[in-house]
Design a protein around this ligand. Structure first.
Ligand SMILES: [Zn+2]
Ligand SMILES: [Zn+2]
Length: 136
């Protein structure tokens, strides 16, 4: 789907900054931190990036991924607009290069919750070395 179309679906005016940020997240192919976005988008100032990320999150357009590295990463929701947001997948955080990858093909293992608990999201992160760091 076209980025500007996704933005209008979310009820957002497709401003240049929003399009740039959404494109940068989509183009990264893995979850990116706001610092990585700042570096990739030199023409956009930090506060605009932060504001845009908050806005995108509130609309369900991006998911934040807490990979335990201390900097939250963002990824575009792949199932945006679908009734059930089934976009829950594990992530792999490389301890050497610091990159975080989506493990799309693997579902998050189901955890039976005790009586009375209701889950709204899950964060499943595996840590270790990515293929390029393992080769070193
Ligand atoms: Zn790595
Ligand atoms: Zn992901």
């Amino acid at each position: 789907m076209e980025i500007s179309h996704i933005l209008s679906e979310a009820g957002l005016r497709p401003s240049p900054v929003r399009i740039l940020v959404a494109r940068a997240i989509a183009g990264a192919g893995r979850p990116v931190s706001s610092l990585e976005l700042e570096r990739a988008l030199e023409t956009v100032d930090r506060s605009s990036i932060t504001r845009t990320l908050v806005l995108f999150s509130s609309k369900g357009l991006v998911h934040s991924v807490d990979d335990g590295s201390g900097s939250v990463k963002y990824e575009l929701c792949r199932h945006f607009g679908e009734e059930h947001d089934a976009d829950l997948h594990p992530h792999f955080h490389c301890l050497s290069c610091g990159r975080t990858f989506c493990l799309d093909s693997e579902p998050i293992p189901p955890v039976a919750l005790p009586e009375g608990f209701e889950a709204s999201s899950a964060n499943y992160v595996i840590k270790g070395l990515c293929p390029s760091c393992r080769k070193k």
